[in-house]
Ligand binder design. Structure first.
Ligand code: NAP
Length: 243
């Protein structure tokens, strides 16, 4: 399991309960990660060569990539390493928010650069929930603006004086999100099409508060895919060469 999501934990728990030998790999980005059943390893592999060596060294039979929909590099590495090692790979890609009742009112963009430009054109304070590694893209376009930048881990992130750094991990309630919007007079929310329920409350709060939403589309991910933990469980344990 390439993990770091609630879906990955659900699959690992399900596999362990069925007696399947499962190891979940975490990047090590959060201080106190929620741990799944089975073995857990933490830290990067060292690119495609490192992952390839790991797959071979540990005699991995199958890989489920249940990383976050925006974990683009890990997903690409998994695709390349699994192809090279001839190990079956499944991408567990939970549904995004394109079917959300308010989706047609959002500004959909393809990149952080486009999102920063869309936020710059908006009114009021900007609320960023784009991940710490992308915050820098917004600094120049939003220079002098009031910005609330919410990240899971703030350590080491240096931001302009007019920016407020908020360290918090979901799930968040609509009330929490409405309070943040009111306290900071948010006019624009910039976020990623992550899907899932853990972070959806901000979209409800934004709609109720009249906050404009800039939504970053998901990166493409090649290969076989499924949408739910149950489908991933069936793929691993099923007749098509299951473990
Ligand atoms: P990324 O940009 O695709 O990956 C960067 C590097 O981190 C990878 O090349 C890999 O290093 C290492 N890595 C990522 N996921 C890993 C895993 N599960 N196990 C071992 N190494 C991993 O990924 P990211 O966006 O930084 O996300 C990192 C982790 O946080 C992922 O596991 C993801 O599920 C979780 N997460 C991400 C987001 C998000 O918005 N991106 C949100 C919530 C949770 P090497 O090249 O050295 O192998």
């Amino acid at each position: 399991m390439l993990g770091g999501t609630a879906d990955a934990r659900a699959v690992a728990d399900g596999l362990a309960a069925r007696g399947v030998d499962v190891v979940t790999s975490l990047a090590g980005r959060t201080r106190t990660p929620l741990l799944p059943a089975g073995e857990v390893r933490v830290g990067g592999f060292g690119g495609v060569p490192g992952l390839l060596a790991y797959l071979r060294g540990e005699r991995i039979d199958k890989v489920v990539n249940a990383t976050h929909p925006f974990a683009e590099r890990m997903s690409r590495n998994a695709y390349e390493a699994c192809a090279e090692a001839d190990v079956p790979l499944l991408r567990l890609d939970r549904p995004g928010w394109s079917g959300h009742p308010d989706a047609s009112r959002w500004t959909w963009v393809a990149s952080h650069t486009e999102a920063a430009e869309a936020a710059r054109r908006g009114d009021g304070a900007v609320w960023l929930t784009v991940g710490r590694q992308h915050a820098g893209t917004y600094v120049a376009p939003l220079a002098g603006r009031t910005v609330v930048c919410r990240v899971a881990l703030a350590a080491g992130l240096e931001l302009p004086d007019t920016w407020r750094l908020v360290e918090a991990v979901g799930p968040f309630s609509p009330d929490d999100e409405a309070r943040l919007i009111a306290d900071h007079r948010i006019g624009v929310l910039v976020t990623k099409d992550s899907g899932g329920v853990m972070t959806a409350a901000k979209l409800t709060a934004a709609a109720e508060s009249g906050v404009a939403v800039v939504m970053i589309r998901r990166p493409e991910c090649p290969g076989e895919r499924c949408a739910t933990p149950d489908e991933a469980l069936a793929w691993v344990t099923g007749p098509g060469g299951g473990c």
